[in-house]
Design a protein around this ligand. Structure first.
Ligand code: NIG
Ligand code: FE
Length: 391
C-alpha cells in the first residue's frame, strides 16, 4: 500500500478482506486480515462480532465549523426562493448573523453547541474531526470557541483558528482587523489551535492580507490553511503553495493553472462538494486535480450557512455523483488524505497494524454502500481507539 498522502491512481485502491477480522489491543490495531490469520489473538482478546457487516477506517472530517449558535433556516428558505449567498453576506446576513448568535451563547453555550455538533458527526462515522472557530470574530468568543473544541469529546477534535473568517462590524477595514488579530488574538489562539485558516474572497480577505496573517501564524507554530477559490479565483492557491500551507479548501473556481500548481506541490486540495451543491455553484474539478496528481481530500464543511451537513457518507455520495470520483477515491480522500491534512497520517485513516483502532461498522454487505446509500442508516457502530462511541 502506498504511503500517505495518496495521489493519482493510488487514491483509487482499497484493500478488502472478505471475510475479515481486526485484532485490537489497548486501543491500537494489532492485526488485520482473514479470521484464520488472526486466530492467535483470539484467546487473549474479547471479541466484537460484526457478522454480516463491513468494517472501514474511522472517517476523518478535515474541515468543519461546529462552534456556532442559532441557525440559518430562514436564509435557507430565502435561497430556495432565489436569494444569493454572497448578496445575503454583503447585506450583513449570512456569516455575520451567525456571529451575533454565537456571541450571545457565552462559553457554556458554546461548549454545549460544539459537543452537540461533534456528536452528530460521530454518529455518521467521523472518529476525528477538525473544528474551526470563526463565528466569534472577537478575542473572547474566538478563544472560547477554541477551548470548547479542545475539550474532551467522544471522538478526537482538532482545533483550527479561523478568526479571519470575515471582517466583523466593529472594524472599519479588513487591514485593521488583520493587524488586531495578529497582535492581540493569534498568540493566545496558537496555544489552543493546531492551524490557522483564513477566507480569501471578495467581501472577506485578500491574498495580501492572508499572506501577512498566515506568516504570523506559521511563526507561532501553526499550520496554514485557506478557504480559497470558492466564488472567485483571487490568489489563494499560489499563496498556499508559496507558504507551504497544509491545504487550500473549496476550489470551486480553480482553473487549469491552479490545478497544475497544486499538483506540483505538497498542498492538499480539500474538496467540499456539499457546499457547492447547497449554493448551486459549479463543483470543484476533482477529476482534473486527481488525474494531474494533486493531493485531494474530502470534507463536509459542516456549518450553518453553506453546508448544514454532518455526514461524510453524504459528502462521499455527492463527490461520486457530481465530481466523478470513484467510491475508493472518495473513501481514501476522507481517511488517509484527510488524516494527512491534520498531520495524523501515521496514526489514523487506515485499518493497519499500529494504527489507532478507529473503526466504523457498516450495516451493509459491501463497503461501497458507504457512498452508495444516500442518507441511510448505514453506520451501525463506531469505535474510537477500540472503545464504542455511544450514540
Ligand atoms: O466554508 N466560505 C466561508 N465559510 C464557510 C461558510 C460560512 C457560513 O456561511 O456561515 C464555508 O463555506
Ligand atoms: Fe469552510
Amino acid at each position: 500500500v502506498a504511503e500517505a498522502p495518496l495521489r493519482g491512481g493510488d487514491l483509487d485502491r482499497v484493500r478488502v478482506y472478505e471475510p475479515g477480522a481486526i485484532a485490537v489491543r489497548d486501543g491500537v490495531i494489532a492485526g488485520v486480515g482473514r479470521p484464520a490469520d488472526l486466530a492467535r489473538f483470539e484467546a487473549h482478546l474479547p471479541v466484537v462480532q460484526g457478522t454480516g457487516m463491513v468494517a472501514v477506517p474511522g472517517l476523518v472530517d478535515c474541515h468543519t465549523h461546529p462552534a456556532f449558535g442559532g441557525d440559518r433556516a430562514a436564509e435557507f428558505e430565502l435561497r430556495t426562493q432565489g436569494a444569493d449567498y454572497e448578496t445575503i453576506h454583503a447585506s450583513g446576513g449570512g456569516i455575520l448573523s451567525t456571529v451575533k448568535a454565537t456571541r450571545a451563547l457565552g462559553p457554556g453555550g458554546l461548549r454545549d453547541a460544539v459537543a452537540r455538533h461533534v456528536g452528530w458527526m460521530a454518529a455518521q462515522g467521523s472518529t476525528t474531526v477538525e473544528c474551526k472557530s470563526g463565528y466569534g470574530l472577537d478575542g473572547p468568543t474566538e478563544l472560547a470557541s477554541l477551548a470548547a473544541i479542545a475539550e474532551r469529546h467522544p471522538v478526537e477534535t482538532v482545533p483550527t483558528f479561523l478568526g479571519a473568517h470575515t471582517v466583523p462590524p466593529e472594524w472599519a477595514s479588513a487591514d485593521a482587523y488583520i493587524d488586531h488579530l495578529i497582535a492581540e488574538v493569534l498568540p493566545a489562539a496558537a496555544v489552543l489551535a493546531e492551524a490557522a485558516d483564513i477566507f480569501v474572497e471578495r467581501g472577506s480577505f485578500t491574498a495580501e492580507q492572508a499572506d501577512r496573517y498566515l506568516r504570523a501564524a506559521q511563526g507561532l507554530g501553526l499550520a496554514a490553511r485557506l478557504h480559497g477559490d470558492q466564488f472567485t479565483e483571487c490568489g489563494a492557491v499560489p499563496l498556499a503553495v508559496e507558504l507551504g500551507a497544509r491545504s487550500v479548501d473549496h476550489l470551486e473556481q480553480t482553473g487549469a493553472d491552479g490545478v497544475r500548481l497544486l499538483a506540483g506541490s505538497e498542498v492538499c486540495g480539500v474538496l467540499l462538494p456539499v457546499a457547492a451543491m447547497e449554493l448551486r455553484r459549479p463543483m470543484p474539478s476533482a477529476r482534473a486535480l486527481i488525474d494531474a496528481g494533486a493531493i485531494v481530500a474530502l470534507a463536509t464543511d459542516f456549518n450553518p450557512g453553506s453546508a448544514f451537513c454532518d455526514s461524510l457518507p453524504v459528502a462521499m455520495h455527492v463527490a461520486c455523483v457530481h465530481m466523478g470520483m470513484t467510491p475508493a477515491e472518495a473513501l481514501c480522500a476522507c481517511t488517509v488524505n484527510a488524516a494527512w491534512v491534520l498531520g495524523r497520517h501515521e496514526r489514523i485513516g487506515r485499518l493497519a497494524e499500529g494504527f489507532d483502532a478507529d473503526i466504523v461498522l457498516l450495516d451493509a454487505p459491501d463497503w461501497r454502500h458507504l457512498a452508495y446509500h444516500l442518507g441511510g442508516r448505514i453506520v451501525a457502530g463506531v469505535l474510537k481507539r477500540g472503545r464504542r462511541v455511544e450514540p
